[in-house]
Design a protein around this ligand. Sequence first.
Ligand code: G3H
Ligand code: 13P
Ligand code: ZN
Length: 312
Amino acid sequence: MALVTTTEMFKKAYNGGYAVGAFNVNNMEIVQAITEACREEKAPVILQVSKGARAYANHTYLVKLVEAAVLECPEIPIALHLDHGDSFETCKSCIDGGFTSVMIDASSKPFAENIEITRKVVEYAHGHGVVVEAELGALAGVEDEVSVEADHAHYTRPEEVEEFVAKTGCDSLAIAIGTSHGAYKFKPGTNPQLRFDILEEIVKKLPNFPIVLHGSSSVPQEYVDMVNAYGGRMPGAIGVPEEQLRHAAQLAVCKINIDSDLRLAMTGTIRKFFAEHPDKFDPREYLKPARANIKELVRHKLIHVLGCAGKA
Ligand code: G3H
Ligand code: 13P
Ligand code: ZN
């Protein structure tokens, strides 16, 4: 199967009460870990690339790694998506360069400007068979080196979504209901709670429309503990409870973004390896267990969080 758009994936996910995982990729080991887990669990998958990933690994390398995964995993649908596209030019370069889906994130701009830039991206993307994710609302946390302080974060306003989708023609909408980017999503001692009431209001205004959740890592304590046990310092790292993500996946949420969990699994595993084998210096020796642990983490997400195992 060649690279696909997310159109069919989202239709099936919406009707089937599950979500497709959108995992950020930055190197070969991460691409392999994700797609091997999805292949074994027969799950559709979205591999997403941020501006930072393109700066780190280079557009062509990432596209070719994903194309290699498509050849290795012909049984599952794979979409290649631009995460947090910051301008028409970045989106255009990905549309022209082989991506099947792009996000234009103009959520920090005023409403009218967000509509304007999103509409322009949609026009170009649809003309080239590519789908578009847009965003309304502002998540806290760090993305592509831009830090949004908690005070500047705000939930998506349900009264804006209908007009936004009608005027832009976007294919899916990322919303802010309490998730945030990075490994420090909630204060220790507080009760992490997504705003399902806001999601429900949005669904009433946009029936049958695919909703996207960013900042949806659950920050497994197993890996936070591993990082901290082997020389790291990540006190108070807390993510979104898995049951809440599972609940969101059963509703209109069709795409759930996960990046920080992969980073934690990789970093924890490599820290442990070095602590236990101070004499080793062959990157293959420490990247191998890191890749294996990311694969098992992704498998867990597919089965227990996203509910998309067996849906390819
Ligand atoms: O939302 C942000 C993603 O985790 C990508 O992060 O910009 O550091 O590649 P990045
Ligand atoms: P996390 O930082 O929670 O993994 O979110 C990733 C994300 O939203 C990528 O766009
Ligand atoms: Zn994001």
